[in-house]
Design a protein around this ligand. Structure first.
Ligand code: BG6
Length: 525
């Protein structure tokens, strides 16, 4: 029997060595914003702490000037201070003074308006200075952490200021990371892609979806394609249906203005949840590389059966939370949140029944649900299998056995469990469902990096496997835009009666009726 392959330290080190990025500079547009504070700065600091950042790495913050600060030196100090505070508040590990001091020395600041051409010349000068001092060789990552309304303009200015180079010119490489939301429907996503691709080549564009940076989401690929035993049953012959749940107990966290424009379908389903669906349903890629993996994902998104205008009432449910109790705390309804219209019809809950029209999945319903202010935070993909074709235990039917179920838990309590029937001890043939359970915490004695750590690192290396490609984004928006249009049409003839679920419950009663019509029920994880 072959000896098991252990990931020994030398092997791990060799794998790590392959992933050592070139020296580079990261420019963050929107350096004073919430995403930078909560996610980007802590992620960069943790990479520094692990020794994973390349030699010669620097960060330049680019944001509106703060007129209360007298000099550019004051602005830089304020930026470093803000950086430190955000790391203290949001980093998964505490600050180590020696690492922090070196890291802070490599942070710079440029005060600028996103819309002013001269400010991009200041940025250019700063980049050249940083290149000279740190030897970044002209390699740059531009991170757009601004409101989406600035994306096109920043991209255009970067091009006009001559800040976008490619390896071929010998001036180093340039990459751009773009946050979600990438557009608000198919037309705007296409227009944004067109604008970006006038200045950047597709291989320079990294559209980020932080769910793809989560360990457990990547584990869907490993589980499916590094094990031989699941593939034969991963199809319409064995699977009864799939449930993809992303439930959140939080509300909109002060983002009323953004959320009013977005709603649950755009905010979570178009991006994160359709990515989960694509990873679950895709065909095995030939290799784990950017083109092979994304080629397979896009085929799933293109095979989603469109939900036409007249079908939205049958295939979708919308909801909005009213006041209620979550984890022992009384919370306001969505319409009472700051920045929200008191008569808002924006959905904070959505459930869909989706079909992937291809040979593997024909006829298998995939139920998707997401909501804010549900009883708990839980994200999972549950694959429910068909019953055994014949049961020899009819006469012993003490308790009906529950169907086999495979649950991939994304968060919390990350892991995988498989439910099957077992004989209950005793002199009769009684049976009960039991679980075989794998949890990350028990199996691995290491803390997983945050999703942004992994994705920032991948971008520095030039690996876009875990970023979404132009055609993927457009295919997902095509599917979502049909639903949005359908809801608009429906609202013309049927009044939208919101709120329709209390905070702290599992969504509108209509969502239960929706799945029960098919003789199934939602899991209560
Ligand atoms: C963001 C959404 O993309 O993802 C938020 O805009 C949501 O509304 C968040 O709360 C969820 O991310 P996570 O990693 O906490 O599951």
């Amino acid at each position: 029997m072959a000896a098991p392959v252990l990931l020994t330290n030398p092997l791990r080190e060799a794998m790590q060595l392959e992933r050592t990025p070139d020296p580079c500079t990261m420019v963050i547009f929107g350096a004073t914003g919430d995403l930078t504070r909560r996610k980007l700065m802590p992620a960069l600091y943790n990479l520094a702490l692990e020794g994973l950042l390349p030699h010669g790495f620097s960060v330049i913050g680019f944001s509106r000037p703060d007129h209360t600060l007298a000099s550019s030196q004051d602005a830089l100090s304020a930026f470093r201070e803000r950086f430190k505070t955000s790391v203290k508040s949001f980093s998964r590990r505490p600050i180590e003074p020696a690492v922090w001091d070196t890291f802070a020395q490599n942070t710079e600041w440029v005060a600028g308006e996103f819309t002013r051409a001269e400010d991009y010349q200041s940025l250019r000068a700063k980049l050249q200075e940083v290149d000279r001092e740190h030897g970044a060789g002209g390699n740059r990552i531009f991170y757009l952490a601004t409101p989406p309304s600035f994306y096109s303009e920043i991209v255009r200015h970067l091009g006009e200021a001559g800040l976008v180079t490619n390896r071929a010119t010998g001036q180093g490489w340039t990459r751009i990371i773009i946050e979600k939301p990438f557009g608000r429907d198919l037309a705007t996503a296409k227009a944004l892609n067109d604008e970006i691709l006038k200045v950047f080549k597709e291989e320079q564009v990294y559209r980020i979806d932080h769910y793809l940076g989560k360990e457990t989401v990547q584990n869907i690929l490993v589980f499916r394609f590094a094990n031989g035993i699941f593939e034969p049953i991963w199809n319409r012959n064995f699977v009864d249906h799939v449930q993809i749940t992303v439930a959140e107990s939080i509300g909109i966290e002060g983002r009323g203005t953004y959320y009013e424009e977005a709603g649950a379908l755009r905010d979570m389903v178009q991006s994160h949840m359709l990515q989960l669906l694509a990873l679950t349903a895709m065909e095995p890629p030939g290799a784990f590389d950017a083109e092979a993996v994304r080629n397979e994902k896009v085929k799933v998104l293109q095979a989603l059966r469109p939900i036409q205008n007249f079908e939205v009432a049958e295939f979708t449910v919308r909801g909005q939370y009213g006041p209620g109790w979550v984890a022992g705390e009384y919370v306001p309804g969505y319409r009472q949140e700051r920045g929200v219209n008191p008569n808002s019809t924006t959905e904070t809950y959505v459930a869909l029944k989706v079909f992937v029209d291809n040979w593997r999945w024909a006829g298998v319903p995939i139920y998707i649900r997401h909501g804010k202010r549900l009883p708990k935070r839980v994200s999972e993909i549950a694959i429910q299998f068909k019953n055994a074709p014949h049961s020899p235990f009819i006469r012993a039917a003490q308790l009906p056995s529950e169907p086999n179920l495979l649950v991939m838990r994304i968060q919390p309590n990350d892991g995988i469990s498989l439910r099957f029937a077992a004989k209950m001890p005793g002199t009769v043939m009684g049976m009960r469902a039991v679980n075989m359970d794998f949890t990350y915490d028990e199996a691995f004695d290491v803390e997983a990096p945050d999703a942004y750590e992994r994705l920032l690192m991948d971008c520095m290396i030039g690996d876009s496997t875990l970023f979404t490609r132009k055609d993927e984004v457009e295919a997902s928006w095509k599917f979502i835009t049909d639903i949005l249009d359908g809801w608009c049409e429906l609202a013309k003839v049927t009044e939208v009666r919101f709120p329709n679920y209390d905070a702290g419950t599992w969504g509108p009663p209509a969502a239960d009726a929706f799945i029960e019509r098919d003789g199934r029920e939602w899991r209560r994880p």
